[in-house]
Each structure stands twice: as C-alpha cells, then as structure tokens.
Design a protein around this ligand. Sequence first.
Ligand code: NAD
Ligand code: G3P
Length: 333
Amino acid sequence: MNVAVIGAGSWGTALSQLLGVGGHDVALWARKDEVVASINERHANPRYLSDVTLSERIRATTSYEGALDGADAVVIVTPSSLMRETAQAISAYITDETPVIICSKGVEEGSGLLPVEVFEAEIGGKGRLAVLSGPNHAEEVIKLMFSATVVASSSQETARFFQELFATDTFRTYVSDDTCGVELCAAFKNVIAIAVGLSYGIGYGDNTSALLMTRGLAEMSRLVAACGGNPITCMGLAGTGDLIATCTSEHSRNRRFGEMVAQGKTLDDFTASTHMVAEGALACRTLQTLADMYGVELPITSVVRGVVWEGDDVKQAALDLASRPLKTEFYGI
Ligand SMILES: NC(=O)c1ccc[n+]([C@@H]2O[C@H](COP(=O)([O-])OP(=O)(O)OC[C@H]3O[C@@H](n4cnc5c(N)ncnc54)[C@H](O)[C@@H]3O)[C@@H](O)[C@H]2O)c1
Ligand SMILES: O=P(O)(O)OC[C@H](O)CO
C-alpha cells in the first residue's frame, strides 16, 4: 500500500517506521526542510527519535500534494490543536473515499469537538474515518517493542482495513466501533498524567498516584458515558492501558510536564526545552468545556486546569481536592 503520514514528530516517525517495516511505502509529510532532507538522505529524523535508522520505504516531503498523491490511506499525526488546519490542508488532495485515520490525542478548543468530528465536518465521509489510540509510546514502538492499540471507526470495514494495515508481529491491533470513547480516553489520560506529575513533583508518593489514576478513570468513565461513548472502552487499551502507560512511563511528556509545573515551570518552558507537545495542557481546558456542556463533575481535571492555567498553588489544590464532601465510589457511569 501507499500510505501518507501527515506529521513527522515522534509518533508520526514511529508509525511511519512501523508501516515501512510492515512492507508499505510511506510518504511522510513534515513541516521543515531540514527534517525532510535528513530523512531522505540519512534515514533519520534529526529532531525526534534521531538514534533510529528509518526504513528506506519512508520518503519525506514538505508538500501535501507530494505526500498525498496516489495515497491508498492517510494517517494524521499532527498535534490535536491543528486538526482543523490539517483537515483543510489535505482536503484538496484526497478522494472522497480515501480512508483516513487520526492518531492525535485531544479535543478541539472552543467547540469541544473530537478530532474525528472535526475531520467529518471538514472532509466528510464518516465511514472512511477511523481513530487509533492505546498505550503506545513512540520511543518503544519505533524500536519494535511489543505493543497493542485500538482502531475505532463507525464503519467495521474501515476499522478492519486499518487493523490490517498497522498490524505487525510487534504491534497488535484491536477494533472497536466506539470512536467517541476511544478519543475521549486518549485526551483524558494526558490530563491525569499531568496530575500524577504534579503529585510526585510536590513530594507525594505512589498511593497518591494510584488514587489519581483510579479516580481519574472514574472521571473519564463519567464523561465518556455522558457524551454517548461506551464506558467499557475506558477499561480497554485506549483507557486504562494508556492511562497506566502515560502516568507511569519515563517517556511520558505529560507526566514530565506536571513535574515541571510543580517546580514552577510553565508550558512555554516545557515546549522550549523539548520541542514536544504535552497535549494534556490543552485537554484540561477542552475536556472541562465538554464536562460543562454535559453537566459532568471532573474534580481532578479542574485542579489541573487551575494549576496549569490559573496559577493555583499545587499543595493547596491537593488539600481542596481531598476536603470535598465524601462520596459513593461510583456515580454517573
Ligand atoms: N509521542 C508519542 O509517543 C505519541 C503516541 C501516541 C499519540 N501521540 C499523539 O500524536 C500527536 C503528535 O505528537 P508527537 O508526539 O508526534 O509530536 P512531538 O511532541 O514529538 O512533536 C511535536 C510535533 O508538532 C509539530 N508541530 C508543532 N507546531 C506545528 C505547527 N504549527 N504546524 C504543524 N506541525 C507542528 C512539530 O513539527 C512536531 O512534528 C499528539 O496528539 C500526541 O498526543 C504521541
Ligand atoms: O508522552 P505522552 O505523555 O504525550 O504520551 C504519549 C502517548 O500518548 C502514550 O500512549
């Protein structure tokens, strides 16, 4: 197959490698000329995961037309804040039937729309759209360490198409019809990873981390149920699986970002020092928009938003979280 991958950050590079190793020809769209030159001439991304030699099946370009010409499938891996811009940029170069899979994790600011909904609005064809998410740190996937993921689409045919496209001996793919649940889990787990980073950053231990992950899962499940997703998705790879990976991994940018904020650093400090996205920073705001729309209570998300965007004191926020009225363990799911 000829596959166009749009976005050459860590995850776009890792997915390109996975597809190349799987025997597909990959046209990888990158923003910067130096990234394109390095991938085409030296088979390495100079900025992300640069120690890995990339498959010779990967050809990079800064041209959308060049990447998308003749593509049998399109893989979207730009930051979630750029979903609408990316959808508009590719629309002129794909057919009405070209299958498109979104691998970014977030929710659109303002509208509260999920990436798949943004793409449906911009390029149409709900049935050809899919999303991919799971506990998949690029640093491990690119080194072909055994991982698994979920591919969700409203069309079983599209889900199966991408399941086959991505499956390799080291990357196991499952299908689902719950695009809403998978995408909300993907955005949510990043916020909880920031909370875990904040918690370690102020000196709390593993009990607090487990509490945040578990109650974060309860928040995630309430929002998924309210938005029309299937709460059982939260028990799967996109929910619990990715929550565990992101909250516990040394690779997690979101957790690292939380630790930095606890030390008084800002989102700009994180971005300048890593050139990477901590998607949870935006998601704590966008998920709150959705929660307000659906009348769902998200106490941990609200604390993260207050600390990241309003300068709330982390220790005081933790005390406020702990001193809320006592509750039943499960409600609203
Ligand atoms: N890194 C992972 O392990 C991983 C795994 C699964 C999903 N994801 C998701 O994939 C998406 C992309 O993340 P990543 O890790 O590949 O990125 P990254 O953090 O490694 O790099 C940032 C990327 O954003 C691009 N970028 C920044 N500003 C841009 C702009 N104005 N226009 C176009 N591109 C711009 C950069 O060129 C670069 O490709 C995110 O939604 C992330 O949550 C990442
Ligand atoms: O490094 P993070 O925290 O952005 O997480 C990356 C992936 O989403 C893990 O599945």
